[in-house]
Ligand binder design. Structure first.
Ligand code: ADP
Length: 459
């Protein structure tokens, strides 16, 4: 329906029709009056008075029925059609935006909003409400007042949820005077990543500073007070050697972690045999087990378990888990490594971390692969001291070490399990732990088996 149609419907008339009506009214009325005067029914003076009144009425009709100006020919709309069009395009725009957005009218009501705004303010319907009822953020509210007044855009940061969500409100003036557009940007993930990065840097530098301080302390002693006490040098050199080894491990683990993170979203594409990789990794750890007088067993349910994986990375997973099991075992203890297959990922997760009754259990990484997929698993079991329940869910966080509270007598970087977690994430697999204090721990990983189709392609 065009704008002029609308006007006709509302009683406004076009110019030729108004002229016609005016002429009919004046000539008809004048003729009637003349007849009345000539016939003597009306006096001359009264006739003139009636003619003047008639003419004034016809003129008032002519002027009063002027239609509102039609849209200009060059396409520019008039004020009222413009505002109808504005509201429609604001609605279309705001509703199409993939993040929360609002349009606030000059009378401080929310005229248009989208479903994302409803989710942000935890309300189903917010259109028509006063802005102060919906936006419970004093900083954002006062900014909407300022923008409505000054017309200058502003940005305001605010926290919501239980203080763990960070949002940025972008405010700009709308097309109507004193109206305001507000668009909300979710900065939570960026904020968390920034904080994690800062924490990581602080932790990494702290971990490096400790051995570095020890080494430089011994160097100063050897150059100063103990310069001539050559007999004490062997002891100093031994500690310096340990500390530089610690730094070397830390730097190696940090490099592994960053390399894995870099390739985490690229799925591996080669097919390897899980049993073969596991048995070779275990072989390389025999010297460590021997030093600690730990008996290292390997048992497999199947001789060939094909998985689509990076051989180096799976080998690192097995080495990290098995070296932890040896490290945290009692001298003369036993570490058992097992591999096997399962009809589904969920069953594999269960088999990988089966342990004695009453043990605490925590899934440190939920697999991304479908729970129905056929799966392979590796479990590493030790009879060490075990881990208290309260620590279980935090294992796999970078630099998280349980033995920090045990006095830190066992060397470690606190990055081994974080590396395992990242590698398993890249392989769409899972990682879980079960443990009972005084009895030992089981760490298990599981991932999908390579299907027959991809094996044929690979061959
Ligand atoms: P670390 O280099 O310190 O061993 P990890 O990330 O490999 O770092 O392990 C994190 C922490 O988890 C360790 O510091 C240790 O406290 C605990 N942990 C890991 N594996 C075992 C295990 N088999 N038995 C007991 N505690 C373990």
């Amino acid at each position: 329906m065009s704008a002029s149609d609308t006007h006709d419907r509302q009683g406004a008339r076009k110019r030729p029709e108004r002229v016609r009506d005016f002429i009919v009214l004046t000539t008809g009325g004048a003729g009637l009056l003349t007849l009345l005067v000539v016939s003597g029914a009306l006096g001359f003076v009264e006739g003139i008075m009636a003619a003047i009144v008639l003419f004034a009425g016809a003129l008032a009709y002519y002027v009063g029925s002027v239609p509102p100006a039609p849209p200009a020919e060059d396409g520019r709309a008039t004020a009222s059609t413009q505002s109808v069009a504005d509201n429609t395009s604001i609605q279309t725009l705001v509703r199409a935006l993939p993040f929360p957005a609002l349009y606030i009218t000059p009378d401080e009501r929310i005229l248009v909003s989208n479903r994302h705004s409803g989710a942000l303010f935890r309300l189903n319907s917010i259109e028509g409400a006063l802005k102060s009822v919906i936006i419970r953020q004093p900083d954002v509210l006062s900014a909407t007042d300022r923008v409505a007044k000054s017309g200058a855009p502003e940005r305001v940061e605010f926290q919501t949820g239980e203080g763990d969500e960070l949002w940025l409100a972008h405010l700009t003036p709308g097309p109507e005077k004193k109206s305001v557009f507000v668009i909300f940007e979710d900065r939570t993930a960026v904020h968390r990543a920034e904080r994690a990065r800062a924490d990581f840097l602080a932790n990494a530098s702290h971990e490096l500073r400790t051995p570095l301080t020890a080494v430089s302390g011994f160097i100063e002693t050897m150059l100063g007070p103990a310069r001539d006490d050559r007999e004490s040098w062997d002891g100093f050199l031994e500690i310096m050697h340990q500390q530089t080894e610690r730094m070397r491990h830390l730097v190696a683990d940090l490099l592994s972690l960053s390399r894995i993170e870099f390739s985490e979203h690229r799925a591996p594409d080669t097919i390897i045999d899980l049993c073969d990789v596991t048995s070779r990794s275990i072989l390389s750890l025999q010297p460590l087990a021997h030093d600690k007088k730990v008996h290292l067993d390997f048992d497999t349910q199947a001789s060939d378990i094909p998985i689509t994986a990076s051989s180096d990375e799976i080998s690192q997973v097995v080495q990290n888990l098995v070296s932890n099991a040896i490290k945290y075992s009692r001298d003369g203890g036993r570490v058992k490594v097992m591999t096997g297959t399962a009809p589904s990922m969920s069953e594999a997760g269960r088999l990988a971390t089966r342990f004695s009754d009453g043990a605490g259990r925590s899934i440190l990484l939920q697999p991304r692969a479908s729970s129905e997929a056929r799966a392979a698993w590796v479990r590493v079991e030790d009879c060490g001291e075990g881990i208290a329940r309260k620590h279980l869910s935090r294992l796999g966080e970078r630099f998280y070490r349980v033995d920090e509270s045990r006095g830190g007598e066992i060397e470690g970087t606190g990055l081994g399990l974080a590396i395992v977690k990242h590698i398993m994430a890249r392989h769409r697999g899972g990682l879980a732990v079960a443990s009972k204090e005084g009895e030992g721990s089981v760490f298990g990983v599981w991932l999908p088996i390579a299907d027959a189709e991809s094996r044929l392609t690979d061959d």
